[in-house]
Design a binder for this molecule. Structure first.
Ligand code: GLU
Length: 447
C-alpha cells in the first residue's frame, strides 16, 4: 500500500523554515514512495486562524515546489468530530471534568511544591451523577478529558527509533473545551484516521502528544500510523529557530532575501541528515535520495547564511533557460544569455543582476587614478565588433606599449571600466560595455 501523509499547519501565522522543513520532508518521503500528500489546515482555533494566513501557506508551499493530492480544512470536518466524540463517549474513553482553570492551577502548584509531577489527579472520575447535576445547576460546564490507559505506550519512530512512555506518567489530555469545541489532539487523530494517514511526520515537540494520540487511535479502533519526529532546527548558537519566526519566514526568504526556492529546499531537505547540502536545480534528486535513516537525532544547527551560500552556488551552476523568466521579471530590458553568461558567476542573489547591468550599461562612477595610463589604454581600444577575445588582444597591446604587467596593468582598467575592484571576468564584461562607453569611462568623460 502506498503511504499517505499529511502536513497540518495552523493558519495562525506565516510558514517559517521549521514547519516548511516538516512539510518538505513529509512530501519528499511520500513522493519517494509513490504515495499521497494531504495538506490539512488545522484551523479549529477560530480566534487566531485567518484566510490570509491560509492563502499564504498554500502560496509558500507552492513556491517551494510542493504539491498536494488532497486539501482539507478542520473547520469543514465538524461532523467527523461529532461522530468520533460520540463513539469515544459511548465506549467510556472520555469523561467530563468541572475544575476551573484556577482550581487546576492550584492543584498543579501544590503537587510541584511537594516535588511531585503535576499530573491531573482524575478527581472528576469520582464524581457521581448527583455531583455533576449540582455542578451544572450552579452554572459549570464540563470540559472533557481522554482517559489514558496506564500501561506502556510504544512505537518505532522512523527518526528516533524505539520510543516508550508509561500512561501513568501522563495527564489525561483535555480534548473538548467547556464550550463544546474539540481540541487539536482529538481532531488531529480523528482526521488521521478518517483521511487514511499512514505516516505522520512532525517536529519532536509533538513526541508527548504522540503518546496520547497512540491511545486515541486505539480507542477509535484504528491502527496508529507510523511516526517520524524531526529534531527541531536551532541556529548556530543553539537557540531554537522558532524564536526568530519573523526573520526566517519563507515569505521573507523569498521577498526580502530574494532567494531561489530550490536553494531553500536544498538546505531544508538535507539539514540534520548525513547527506551533503548541495545546490540542486530540482526536487527530483532529493526525492530519489530520501531516507529517514539519513536523519540524525541531534539538534541540527542551521546558519541562515547557508541559504545565501547555496543560493549563490545554485545561480553559478544554473543555465540561462532555467531562469530566463525570472530574469525577465526583474524588469530590465536586454538581460540576455550573453549578459547572464558574463555575470552569473558573480551573483549571490538573482537581484544582483541589476547591479551588474548598471555596471555594464551605466551609470557608474569610474575610478580613474591614473589618467595618463587610461588615456593610452583608450587610444589602443580596437574597433568593434567585440567578442570574448577582445580583452586579451587589447591588454596584450597595452602591455607591449607600457611595459606594465599583472595588477598594474589590469586593476586600473577594471576600476575605470566598472568602478569596482572585483567582479565578473573582464573578457566577458568588456563586449557588454561596448567601445563608446569604455572609451568614455577610460577618458573620464562619461559613465
Ligand atoms: N497543527 C499542528 C501544528 O502545527 C499539527 C501538528 C501535527 O502534525 O499533528 O503543530
Amino acid at each position: 500500500m502506498p503511504p499517505v501523509t499529511r502536513f497540518a499547519p495552523s493558519p495562525t501565522g506565516l510558514l517559517h523554515v521549521g514547519n516548511a522543513r516538516t512539510a518538505l520532508v513529509a512530501w519528499l518521503f511520500v513522493r519517494s514512495q509513490g504515495g499521497r500528500f494531504v495538506l490539512r489546515l488545522d484551523d479549529t482555533d477560530t480566534e487566531r486562524s485567518t484566510p490570509e494566513f491560509a492563502a499564504a501557506i498554500e502560496r509558500d508551499l507552492a513556491w517551494l515546489g510542493l504539491d498536494w493530492d488532497a486539501f482539507e480544512r478542520q473547520s469543514d470536518r465538524t461532523a467527523a468530530y461529532e461522530d468520533g466524540i460520540a463513539r469515544l463517549k459511548a465506549a467510556g474513553h472520555l469523561y467530563p471534568c468541572y475544575e476551573t482553570a484556577e482550581e487546576l492551577h492550584l492543584k498543579r502548584r501544590t503537587l510541584l511544591a511537594r516535588g511531585r509531577p503535576p499530573l491531573y489527579d482524575r478527581a472528576a472520575l469520582a464524581l457521581t451523577a448527583a455531583d455533576r447535576q449540582r455542578l451544572e445547576a450552579a452554572g459549570r460546564r464540563p470540559h472533557w478529558r481522554f482517559k489514558l490507559d496506564h500501561g506502556s505506550i510504544q512505537w518505532q519512530d522512523a527518526v528516533r527509533g524505539p520510543v516508550q512512555f508509561n500512561g501513568a506518567d501522563l495527564s489525561d489530555p483535555v480534548v473538548i473545551r467547556e464550550d463544546g469545541r474539540p481540541l487539536y489532539h482529538l481532531c488531529s487523530v480523528i482526521d488521521d484516521v478518517g483521511l487514511g494517514i499512514t505516516h505522520v511526520v512532525r517536529g519532536e515537540d509533538h513526541v508527548t502528544n504522540t503518546a496520547w494520540h497512540v491511545q486515541m487511535f486505539q480507542a477509535l479502533g484504528a491502527e496508529p500510523p507510523a511516526f517520524a519526529h524531526l529534531p527541531l532546527l536551532a541556529d548556530a548558537e543553539g537557540k531554537g529557530l522558532s524564536k526568530r519566526i519573523g526573520s526566517l519566514s519563507l515569505a521573507a526568504l523569498r521577498e526580502e532575501e530574494g532567494l531561489e526556492p530550490m536553494a531553500v529546499a536544498a538546505v531544508l531537505a538535507r539539514v540534520g541528515t548525513s547527506l551533503p547540502v548541495e545546490p540542486l536545480t530540482s526536487l527530483a534528486p532529493l526525492v530519489e535520495s530520501f531516507d529517514f535513516g539519513h536523519f540524525a537525532r541531534a539538534t541540527p544547527k542551521l546558519d541562515p547564511a547557508e541559504f545565501v551560500r547555496i543560493n549563490a552556488k545554485l545561480l553559478h551552476a544554473i543555465p540561462f533557460d532555467h531562469v530566463s523568466e525570472r530574469v525577465a521579471a526583474l524588469g530590465v530590458e536586454g538581460m540576455d544569455q550573453a549578459f547572464w553568461d558574463a555575470v552569473h558567476p558573480n551573483i549571490e542573489r538573482l537581484g544582483d543582476l541589476v547591479d551588474w547591468w548598471r555596471v555594464a550599461k551605466g551609470p557608474i562612477t569610474p575610478v580613474a587614478d591614473d589618467p595618463a595610463y587610461l588615456a593610452e589604454a583608450a587610444g589602443l581600444l580596437p574597433a568593434e565588433p567585440w567578442d570574448a577575445e577582445t580583452w586579451k588582444g587589447w591588454t596584450a597591446a597595452l602591455k607591449a606599449a607600457t611595459g606594465r604587467k599583472g595588477k598594474a596593468l589590469f586593476l586600473p582598467l577594471r576600476l575605470a571600466l566598472t568602478g569596482r575592484s572585483a567582479g565578473p571576468e573582464m573578457a566577458a564584461l568588456l563586449p557588454l560595455i561596448g567601445r563608446a562607453r569604455a572609451h568614455a569611462r577610460l577618458c573620464g568623460t562619461a559613465a
